[in-house]
Design a protein around this ligand. Structure first.
Ligand code: HEC
Length: 128
């Protein structure tokens, strides 16, 4: 009897492990695509990383720059369907404006594709 109960527990444990693995596999591509908003915010506001606030208004920053548009206002204009466009702005804004002063963060490898993805995820949190 005791052995049977032990077997039962083992099976339950196996199912739990299987469920965790299935969940991890399901969550992986999602997180890879979704980006990390917290990391993105840090990149945007850190001088050595994106330093977007040198030119753009972002909330919670003391005396941000205003050479570029206020990104809170800009983000109200974008829907989730425009995500690729927002990524492109950061990757290389010259696609939209050949004479832009915004640095091509992706093309010039200032930021990695993952960092740009994190940034865009953060920017979408500014949508009201
Ligand atoms: C040197 C100044 C500068 C820096 C640094 C900069 N930008 Fe820009 N950005 C601009 C300007 C100026 C524009 C307006 C379009 C243009 O003139 O090319 C712009 C446009 C944008 C747009 C499009 C806005 C809209 O209304 O459609 C986004 C999104 C954007 N920037 C995000 C960022 C992010 C994120 C960073 C940090 C990784 C960043 N920018 C860093 C100057 C800058």
């Amino acid at each position: 009897m005791a052995m049977d109960r032990g077997k039962g527990r083992g099976k339950a444990g196996l199912w739990a492990a299987a469920a965790v693995i299935v969940f991890m596999i399901a969550a992986l591509p999602l997180s890879a695509q979704a980006g990390n908003a917290k990391k993105g915010e840090k990149i945007a506001k850190t001088r050595k990383l994106g330093n977007c606030v040198a030119c753009h208004y972002l909330p919670g920053v003391e005396s941000p720059g205003n050479i570029g548009p206020n990104l809170v206002e800009s983000m109200q204009e974008y829907t989730m369907a425009d995500r690729k466009e927002v990524v492109q702005w950061i990757r290389d804004a010259r696609k939209f404006n050949p004479g832009t002063i915004m640095p091509p963060f992706g093309t010039n490898k200032i930021l990695t594709p993952e960092q740009i993805d994190d940034l865009v995820t953060y920017l979408y949190t500014l949508k009201k």
